[in-house]
Design a protein around this ligand. Structure first.
Ligand code: KIV
Ligand code: ZN
Length: 402
């Protein structure tokens, strides 16, 4: 039985009761499904350890039946991770579910996540099954997973494009068969925030026993709406968000963990929900996942891009030197950065240049400063970014010449 004094068990209880949002990270499963992102077992273990330190409630460690390597990775993570729930994915078949259970066997806290597609398109063309057959598979798969653990998540793949009455029947059947988390994926990133929130509300209003389970959402980013859809779903009553570090995942990726969490932290006035994430660990996790997968982070990526806390324009730099709140809505320390950076370039102003010189140990008189600033602007017109070494060379040259 679940230990109710454990922090993750407490988190799950609070989620069911109210304002706690369970953070379910699928970097090691859906994230790894991005073309070119595959990781070795050792790399997966390192990522899992960082996720655990970060306070992730549920770590989806892989898809054990997919390959021997995936099985071994889930099994190794199940041995090592103690605080977070370790989850393994399975299709709606006995072989998949049993293999996931075998991989998860050593876990202190384990979850089996079983899924089947429920949209007309997927049922007809991919599964080639009638809706009633799919419904029966929902019942069989969840019941089988419950034989292995009392923590079972059921997902309706392509849920956002599923016919609503059929979706309600599937959700109800999954809960009756023992599912404790019901995940509604926007598998192809097609949903629009208000529409997706309405779907969550409709599920809550039309499935009689819905309060027995935590509602989860799993949003893909094909239209760049994964984070917005996830947050709107929480407002509508979802209490688990599935996400990945740096938003990696199939095609355009999944909702980015760092964006979801920092939005909740920064806009707590609008999103009064709690989660267990230690946000100061965000940069570490982001850099590790980027280094391991070889996926560079775009400079303007929200929260973790190199420009997310960098300022170049003179007006912005001047504002920042007077009060950081002028151009920053989050503190860099809150995501694990030491401080914001004032990037020296052609848009930088005199005020920032003087500050940079002070940092570099120079104290120039007014005339010398004017001279150096002119030379810096000339250089900045020729160079995208002017580094500290360039400024040192420029000033030393000027002092030497003088
Ligand atoms: O996007 C999706 O539908 C999935 C499911 C397996 C949850 O990744
Ligand atoms: Zn997915």
């Amino acid at each position: 039985m679940a230990d109710s004094t454990h922090p993750v068990a407490e988190a799950a209880q609070q989620a069911a009761a109210g304002d706690h949002v369970v953070i379910f990270d699928t970097t090691l499963r859906d994230g790894e499904q991005s073309p070119g992102a595959s990781m070795t077992i050792e790399e997966k273990i390192r990522v899992a350890q960082v996720l655990e330190e970060m306070g992730v409630d549920v770590i989806e460690a892989g898809f054990p039946i997919a390959s021997e390597g995936d099985f071994q990775a889930v099994n190794a993570i199940a041995r090592i991770v103690k605080e977070s729930v370790v989850c393994g994915l399975s299709r709606a078949s006995a072989a998949d579910i049993d293999r996931a259970a075998e991989a998860l066997q050593p876990a202190a806290r384990k979850r089996i996540h079983t899924f089947i597609a429920t949209s007309p398109l997927h049922m007809k063309f991919k599964l080639q099954m009638e809706p009633e057959q799919v419904l029966q598979r929902v019942i069989d798969s969840v019941s089988r997973a419950r034989r292995h653990t009392d923590d079972v998540e059921w997902s309706c793949e392509d849920g956002s494009r599923t016919e609503h009455e059929f979706l309600f029947r599937c959700v109800e059947a999954a809960i009756e068969a023992g599912a404790t988390t019901i995940n509604i994926p926007d598998t192809v990133g097609y949903a629009y925030p208000e529409e997706f929130a309405d779907l969550i509300r409709e599920i809550r209003n039309n499935v009689p026993n819905i309060d027995k389970a935590v509602i989860s959402v799993h949003c893909h980013n094909d239209l760049g709406l994964a984070v917005a859809n996830s947050l709107m779903a929480v407002e509508a009553g979802a209490r688990q968000i599935e996400c990945t570090i740096n938003g990696i995942g199939e095609r355009a990726g999944n909702a980015a963990l760092e964006e979801v969490v920092m939005a909740m932290r920064t806009r707590a006035d609008l999103l009064p929900y709690r989660n267990r994430i230690v946000t100061q660990e965000i940069m570490k996790a982001s850099r590790l996942v980027s280094a391991i997968t070889g996926f560079a982070i775009q400079p303007n990526k929200a929260i973790v891009g190199t420009n997310a806390f960098a300022h170049e324009s003179g007006i912005h730099q001047d504002g920042m030197l007077k009060h950081a709140g002028t151009y920053e809505i989050m503190k860099p320390e809150d995501v694990g950065l030491v401080k914001s950076s004032l990037v020296m370039g052609k848009h930088s102003g005199r005020h920032a240049f003087r500050k940079k010189l002070e940092e570099l140990g120079y104290e120039l008189g007014e005339n010398a400063l004017n001279d150096a600033f002119l030379r810096f602007k000339n250089l900045a017109d020729r160079k995208k970014e002017v580094f500290d070494e360039d400024i040192v060379a420029l000033v030393d040259d000027q002092i030497g010449a003088g």
